[in-house]
Design a protein around this ligand. Structure first.
Ligand code: NAD
Ligand code: TDX
Length: 329
């Protein structure tokens, strides 16, 4: 099988390529990525000489480049996107271009070449849940995106499913909660906290810190996508989430400080994010019941592994932190 992974130089895409090559050593994987500020080929250093791996520099908004890459592949796994909510507040246009138009361009190629298409999306398209409720997002939840990022991802989800209904493109969609693990850009909350502490700086908490995310380990996400590709029903949406059960940003910061053996005085409250979604929680019973997916280990173990990874791999994040954190200055 030949798989085209868009956005394979990003956080989840690079973890997915490594995962796929390990579990499906006979398959060919092509990484299609335009290498924006968020694309790092260093994340794939350990597989770059694998004869089944190749890289194509290309932009998903360019139909010609996309058609050339899609022409003889069996599956497209579509990760490429602008992904940072704070950036979408500063400059929404590129989110619409890459996330909406880019997805439509890829779908057009999938339609032309009759290619199986898996669209990787986010739980943020469903909006925000109230604190102190048992409510969760599922495939039946109404779309109510609040940031330019989530609105653009919502648009891309609708296009993907419309191409299934209208043109019969074999599409599946996963909407996943916040991922964490190795090779995540340091502008995102968890690596930002960890690398700030390594640098002797404080953890910066937006607003009151009582915001809740449903943290899931990146490898569990890769496994979920694998199951959907191999056994999922086309035209379906699967929601995927973690095991953390309502840990607030503040509680997460406290857990990380404990791993470092540092005091809570290292937490600093800063200005809140506009339109900040209060709480995300995901019902993953559909992918569990239909495809047998579940998270692999408990959250605290994965969190500690992740902290240790950033402590050991400064070579990877040092240059990235200097560049990507420029948006915060
Ligand atoms: P990321 O920002 O780390 O990587 C995105 C990658 O896409 C980069 O390599 C970048 O160069 C590439 N890219 C961006 N625009 C492109 C374009 N126009 N053409 C070609 N390549 C382009 O993203 P991530 O965190 O790995 O997220 C991957 C996908 O998963 C996204 O679609 C995101 O919406 C979704 N998602 C992410 C999370 C999360 O917690 N990170 C959770 C749920 C869903
Ligand atoms: O320094 C920070 N301090 C802070 O309190 C940063 C960067 C974030 N936060 C808060 C905002 C959120 O409540 O932490 C939470 C997580 O923030 P992000 O890492 O920016 O993630 P989020 O906005 O939840 O979106 C992420 O998960 C869903 C990804 O960036 C998206 O691409 C994905 O779709």
């Amino acid at each position: 099988m030949k798989i085209l992974v868009t956005g394979g130089a990003g956080f989840i895409g690079s973890n997915f390529i490594r995962y796929w090559l390990k579990h499906h050593p006979k398959d060919k994987v092509i990484n299609f990525d335009s290498l924006t500020y968020a694309g790092h080929l260093e994340s794939l250093k350990d597989v770059e000489n694998n004869p089944n791996y190749s890289f194509v520099k290309g932009d998903i908004t360019n139909q010609e480049e996309v058609n050339k890459a899609v022409k003889d592949v069996d599956i497209i796994v579509h990760f490429a996107a602008e992904t940072h909510v704070d950036r979408s507040i500063l400059d929404p246009l590129v989110f619409v271009k890459s996330n909406v138009i880019g997805t439509q361009v890829l779908l057009e190629a999938a339609r032309k070449f009759k290619t199986r298409f898996h669209h990787v999306s986010t739980d943020e398209v469903f909006g925000a849940l109230e604190l102190n409720t048992k409510d969760k997002f599922s495939h039946n939840t109404k779309y109510q995106p609040n940031s330019p990022y989530s609105a653009s991802k919502a648009g891309s989800d609708h296009l993907a499913l419309a191409y299934y209904t209208t043109f019969g493109v074999p599409v599946t969609v996963t909407n996943c909660s916040n991922n964490f693990g190795p090779f995540q850009d340091t502008e995102k909350f968890m690596p930002r906290m960890i690398t700030n502490l390594i640098d002797g700086r404080n953890i910066l908490i937006y607003g009151d810190g009582k915001y809740v995310r449903d943290w899931m380990y990146v490898e569990d996400h890769c496994h979920a996508i694998e199951l959907v590709l191999l056994k999922g029903r086309v035209g379906e949406t699967y929601t995927v989430g973690g095991l953390t059960e309502d840990i607030s940003n503040l509680e997460l910061a406290q857990k990380i400080l404990k791993i470092f053996g540092l005091p809570e005085s290292r937490i600093e409250f800063v200005k809140d994010r506009p339109g900040h979604d209060r709480r995300y929680a995901v019902d993953w019973s559909k992918i569990h019941d239909e495809l047998g997916w579940e998270p692999s280990k408990n959250f605290d173990e994965r969190l500690e592994e992740t902290v240790r990874w950033y402590q050991k791999n400064e070579w990877w994040w040092r240059g990235i932190k200097e560049k990507s954190e420029s948006i915060y200055k």
